[in-house]
Design a binder for this molecule. Structure first.
Ligand code: BEZ
Length: 257
């Protein structure tokens, strides 16, 4: 997880307990990368390191990078035999010798995609692969619409300008091609995602993922907004004792030319 200010406030424990789906869904992204022994791989936005560890299990040489010192501290504690660094995906520089850059559920936090793509390109050797998943166009749009409606209903003078980059296939693949990648695969697909903690799942999710906006409100306003969002969304997103977030993912596979 890389670049948002809000994420610096993240509690790695809450992240690991309530939002395990973030890396659980990333497991088949590891298969898509198909890491080989001795390959040099960067896990960009590695969070608490679960997928870094899965990449390393193939005997690849993996470096996990994340902007959050808290996340990296947790990753180092969980996987002391692996390498992790605190760095910003917009600024990192490594020797241009990597076989692959892997990224799961991180790049949508960064509103400067071209800078990140340029850094990934720089880090790869020719023929190196970039395999990533991020929120795609339309991701959590039902939740965003409900947040906006709640702010209107409560006459709170702000709109929920979401801090995420959820690109379409054409947006993202065009950026990749412009910077010297050949895109060999791109998929945009719905992945309705069951949130942990039953009734409390949506409130937990909003507090973690929408913190940069909700955090600007008073605690009372936050409770009111969350209550209204829950009321609006219950008929649509609450099913069989769990909240289902309307996730939509963009996956890409690209090769440095
Ligand atoms: C996601 O992983 O799709 C996501 C992350 C933060 C906010 C919204 C969605």
């Amino acid at each position: 997880m890389a670049a948002s200010i809000a994420k610096d406030l993240w509690n790695p424990l809450a992240y690991e307990c309530n939002h395990a789906f973030v890396w659980q869904y990333g497991q088949d992204l590891v298969q898509l990368l198909n890491p080989q022994a001795h390959e040099q791989i960067l896990d960009l936005g590695c969070g608490t390191g679960q997928l870094t560890s899965q990449l390393a299990a193939t005997k690849a040489e993996v470096l996990g990078l994340d902007r959050s010192p808290e996340m990296i501290a947790q990753a180092k504690a969980s996987y002391p035999h692996l390498s992790f660094i605190v760095a910003d995906a917009r600024q990192f520089r490594v020797e241009p010798s990597l076989d692959a850059v892997f990224s799961n559920a991180a790049l949508h936090w960064i509103l400067e995609p071209d800078v990140v793509i340029s850094n990934i390109h720089q880090a790869l050797k020719p023929g190196g692969r970039f395999v990533a998943e991020l929120g795609g166009k339309g991701n959590v749009q039902t939740i965003i619409a409900a947040l906006n409606q709640a702010l209107i209903d409560l006459s709170i003078p702000t709109t929920f300008r979401h801090p995420w980059y959820f690109p379409s296939i054409s947006d993202y693949t065009t950026r990749l091609e412009r910077q010297g990648f050949e895109v060999t695969g791109a998929w945009l697909f719905d992945r309705s995602t069951r949130l942990e903690a039953g009734e409390a799942g949506l409130a937990n999710w909003l507090q973690m993922f929408a913190n940069s906006q909700l955090g600007q409100l008073t605690p009372e306003q936050q409770d009111q907004v969350i209550g209204l969002v829950e009321t609006q969304l219950r008929p649509i997103l609450y099913q069989e004792d769990a909240w289902m977030a309307d996730y939509r993912r963009l996956r890409v596979v690209a090769v440095k030319l």
